[in-house]
Design a protein around this ligand. Sequence first.
Ligand SMILES: [Zn+2]
Length: 166
Amino acid sequence: MSQTLLEMAKDLVMAQIEAQRLPPDEMHAALQQTYASLQALKAQEDVNGTVAVVTPERPSKPVNWRKSITKHAVTCLECRASFKQLSVRHLKDHGLDGRSYRAKYGIPRTQPLSAKETTAIRKEIVQRSRPWEKAPTYLKAHEKAQKAVAQRKRTAPRKGTVKKKA
Ligand SMILES: [Zn+2]
């Protein structure tokens, strides 16, 4: 690259402004974004010599991770130790975290790294306390939905409200 990244980013953004595809007051944000993208590309280029298409990392030999998670235990696929739950601290000993561990062994992101029994108990606790109902976005949506229901009730013809005689 003969130009510096910043020069390139500036030229790209200026070209967009000249083409009137970008309002001038958005230049700063666009410049930052473009620069960051170029920087990321440059970093890749430096590593590989060419800009490589990112391919997901695959384990050298397929490990059946399903066997590592049983009802009563989860087995660390790095060192074969068993736990109720594979902790972040333990994974750190292997230089991994939940994400990289899952990626390494092809474990889905949604798979809890704990014994099935432990997962079930935790699920039950979560179900019972319903923490998402305390989240502002949930409350807002819920309120909206309730208002809509109330409105529908007000405007809808009365149905099912007729008292049954015994
Ligand atoms: Zn381990």
